[in-house]
Design a protein around this ligand. Structure first.
Ligand code: NAP
Length: 179
């Protein structure tokens, strides 16, 4: 998808990317994340709880494998070209517009009209949504792990770093798109 197509994605809600990324750009390995940081999982849970969350099919299947179910307390919108059966708190979407429409509906009907929709990867999904994101919540992992999936290049100039919380071996950052 070109930048123009992505920026045509319309929603009044804040579109928020959330990612944990290593210093070398790695975000995934073999369908999973190459680290286990309980504080970051907790941060992800607290941040996304009660909101719709858009993700690619590979990321979704990784979560199903780990948890046995989609993320509880959220509605997962799974981007896929496949005809997947999903449980009640997940729904498939065939393209970005469809994903956003279904996220809008979930926000309205299931999440008290929440004003945030999350975009939770993987690399293919970040890549397509990045030009449309209003905010990016990043966990920087101070490591250079092996991996097969990397966070795409993004236009840092278009964002302002609005917070940074340094922890032991990682940091929570938040970027907001400049007006
Ligand atoms: N560190 C982090 O914060 C983080 C976050 C998320 C994921 N990850 C990691 O990233 C890796 C997965 O990322 P990935 O890039 O390989 O896969 P992905 O983005 O999770 O999923 C790719 C799949 O999504 C579907 N898709 C993507 N764009 C679409 C579109 N516009 N329309 C319809 N379907 C679309 C396609 O599914 P079909 O093939 O079914 O058509 C595609 O094969 C895993 O290792 C995961 O653990 C890390």
């Amino acid at each position: 998808m070109s930048e123009n197509e992505a920026t045509r994605l319309e929603t009044d809600r804040e579109l928020v990317g959330i990612v944990a990324v290593a210093e070398n750009g790695v975000i995934g390995k073999d369908g999973d994340m190459p680290w286990h940081i309980p504080d970051d999982l907790q941060h992800f849970k607290e941040t996304t709880m009660g909101h719709p969350i858009i993700m690619g099919r590979v990321t979704y299947e990784g979560i199903l494998e780990a948890l046995g179910e989609p993320l509880p307390g959220r509605t997962t919108i799974v981007l896929t070209g496949r005809d997947l059966e999903t449980p009640e708190n997940a729904v498939i979407a065939g393209d970005l517009e469809d994903a956003l429409e279904k996220a809008e509906r979930a926000a309205r009907e299931r999440h008290g009209d929440t004003d945030r929709i999350f975009v939770a990867g993987g690399a293919t999904v970040y890549d397509q949504f990045l030009p449309a994101l209003d905010r990016l919540i990043v966990t920087e992992i101070a490591d250079d792990p092996d991996g097969d999936t990397r966070f795409p290049d993004w236009d840092r100039e278009a964002f302002d770093e609005v917070s940074r919380d340094d922890r032991d071996g990682f940091a929570f950052l938040e970027y907001s798109r400049l007006e």
